[in-house]
Design a protein around this ligand. Structure first.
Ligand code: ZN
Length: 65
């Protein structure tokens, strides 16, 4: 099992903003009011990111392009 970073959820005007709490990573992603997941900053792509807030839980992994 690899490294897991925790995402901290904050409420922003456009939806929910998830920010990685790990210094030096910087992953940020947003869930819009439409339910769309948007990655703002990829941060460290090699680790698994998890975050939750209320009834919302988000898990992002590595995907090869
Ligand atoms: Zn991270």
């Amino acid at each position: 099992m690899g490294t897991v970073h925790q995402l901290i959820c904050t409420i922003s005007p456009g939806g929910l903003l998830f920010t990685c709490e790990d210094d030096g990573c910087g992953r940020r992603l947003a869930v819009t009011d439409d339910g769309e997941l948007v990655i703002i900053d990829h941060g460290d792509r090699a680790v698994l990111h998890r975050g939750s807030s209320g009834g919302i839980e988000v898990t992002t992994g590595v995907r090869s392009l």
